[in-house]
Design a protein around this ligand. Sequence first.
Ligand code: AMP
Length: 226
Amino acid sequence: MRTQTSTAVNLILLGPPGSGKGTQAVRLSQAMNVPAISTGDILRKAVHDGNAIGRAAKAVMDRGELVSDEMITDVVAARLGEADTRPGCVLDGFPRTVRQAVALDRLTIGRGRVVVAELVVPEADLIRRLTMRRVCEQCGINAQPAAPQCHCGGSLVSRTDDREEVVRDRLRVYECATRPLVDFYNSRSLVHAIDGTLAPDVVTAHIRSAIETSLGLELQPTTVCK
Ligand code: AMP
C-alpha cells in the first residue's frame, strides 16, 4: 500500500444537516492534506460580509431552503479554480441536488478520483444535535458541548437556521433534493455508508479506511483537532 497518493482525491461528504459533515470535513482534510470546502461556511461568510452572494442567499438560508444551483455551482467552480485544490478536496455541503452533482462531474474531469461517504444518523438524533448546537459568532466553528466560549475568544450562539421548525424544513429538503444523490453515486459504486452515530474519532477512522480501501493507499496519520 502506498502512503498518500500522487492522484488527486476528492471526497464528497453526503448526509443530512447535523450528521457531522463539518466536523469530519476538517479531520479528513487534515488526513488527506487537501482543503475542506464547506459551501455553508462560504455562504455564511458572504452573508457576514454583505456581498452580492450573501445578500441573495440570506433569506433563503434563514428559511432552510437551498440557494440556486447556478449560484452555488459558480461559487464552487471559483473555489476549485484555486491552486490549493489541485491535489483534491473534501466537499462538505456540495453537491446537494442532482443538477449540482452533474455540474460537479464536469468540474472534476481530469482532477483525480471521487469517493463519497454518506453519514447515516436517525432523524431524532439530528434534531437533538442541531437544536443544541452552538457555533462561534466570530470564527464559525462548532463549539464543544460545555465550552463557555470559543477557543478564539468569540461568543457561542445558535445558528438562526438551527431553530427546530427550520431544522425540520432542512431535513425535508434533504430527503427530497439531496438523498437522491445516494442513488446517483451508488450507481457508480462510489458510496460508503458510514454510521454517523458513533464517536467522531470512530467515524473519522471508518471514513479513512473506506477511502484507503477504495483507493489502495494509506492516508497520513492525523493529529485530530478537538
Ligand atoms: P450547511 O451549513 O451546509 O447546513 O448550509 C447552510 C445553508 O446554506 C443551507 O441550508 C442552504 O441554504 C445553503 N447551502 C449550502 N450549501 C448549499 C448547496 N450546495 N446548495 C444550495 N444551498 C446550499
